[in-house]
Write a protein of this length. Structure first.
Length: 277
């Protein structure tokens, strides 16, 4: 029987996950099905229950996208430490009544940076823009890379300050660096080697108030948004930074989920190349 997987979101029609997982499955010789499921905004848990209960073949897992990652965290009966730190889940595994929640976004970002872009966050001055769900998911994996510093800057300063404090106090985790939280105005005269845009500003065309001095020589500027040229990418390029979008993160977080589910790590390079075409 074919094992079943799905991605839940609202909207979800744009999702590239079904294509990515179909390419992984073909490459690794895995017999799986993977569908996109549009869950009602007030009906995520019921949609997951229905997916698990009905259909030919066993439901083994699911990905979760906007706006359900926090709710997925709540319905999981167990969570990995990185999902717990994020307070959000993008990967569910179903096994004998246990719903295991994980968050592969941070691992996907770090792997894209290190393996695809040759940019190791270790020892670098890292600036994370934004303090929403995407930012939360990547803070712990970034800290575990031992950056020289990690600054979280957000339009709403208090959210950044709260988030930084939360991660600085993370129990049981020997982090070398404590993150710092601030608003955009406090970035004046600061410089970073890696600037990661985890805001959704790019989706509305909004320009972030960033000084060009922010981007140190040989800086890498990473926008989690993909499939479009954002104002952040233009700003960063004009300031001399090397620019990357979030397509690699998308593929790498999917590969991490595939590995969790199937125990096989797909080769992401041909999949990334196919998506870029
Ligand atoms: P949230 O809605 O949780 O957070 C949005 C963040 O963006 C907040 O920090 C918000 O600031 C900030 N923001 C929104 N508009 C503006 C603006 N005009 N100017 C400045 N800041 C702004 O969204 P997510 O964290 O879930 O997602 C953020 C982005 O990351 C999305 O574009 C999403 O597509 C992308 N993403 C990409 C992934 C990938 O695999 N490549 C994975 C996950 C996310 P404030 O607190 O002040 O409101």
């Amino acid at each position: 029987m074919t094992d079943r997987y799905a991605v839940f979101g609202n909207p979800v029609g744009h999702s590239r996950s079904p294509r990515i997982h179909a390419l992984f499955a073909a490459q690794c010789g895995q017999d799986i099905s993977y569908q996109a499921i549009l869950a009602p905004k007030d009906g995520f848990a019921a949609a997951v229950d229905s997916f698990v209960a009905t259909g030919a073949g066993k439901a083994r897992g699911a990905n979760v996208t906007v706006p359900f990652k926090e709710e997925a965290f709540r319905i999981a009966t167990q969570c990995t430490p990185r999902a717990q730190a994020a307070g959000a889940v993008n990967t569910l595994s179903f096994d004998s009544g246990v719903v295991l929640g994980d968050n592969t976004d941070g691992a996907g970002l770090v792997r894209d940076l290190k393996h695809n872009l040759g940019c190791d966050p270790g020892g670098r001055r890292v600036l994370l823009l934004g303090a929403g769900g995407a930012a939360r998911g990547v803070i712990l994996p970034l800290l575990l890379e031992n950056p020289a510093e990690l600054v979280i800057a957000n339009r709403t300063e208090e959210t950044a300050a709260r988030l930084a404090l939360e991660f600085a106090r993370l129990p049981g985790c020997a982090l070398g660096v404590k993150p710092d939280g601030m608003g955009f105005p406090a970035l004046v005269e600061r410089q970073f080697d890696l600037v990661i845009n985890a805001t959704s500003a790019g989706l509305s065309g909004a320009v972030l108030p960033l000084p060009s001095f922010l981007f140190a020589p040989r800086c890498v500027a990473y926008d989690m948004v993909y499939g479009r040229e954002t104002a952040f990418m233009i700003q960063a390029r004009e300031a001399g930074a090397r620019v990357a979008d979030g397509l690699g993160m998308l593929v790498e977080q999917a590969a991490e989920a595939f590995f969790i589910w199937r125990g096989v790590r797909p080769n992401t390079a041909p999949v990334l190349a196919a998506l870029k075409k």
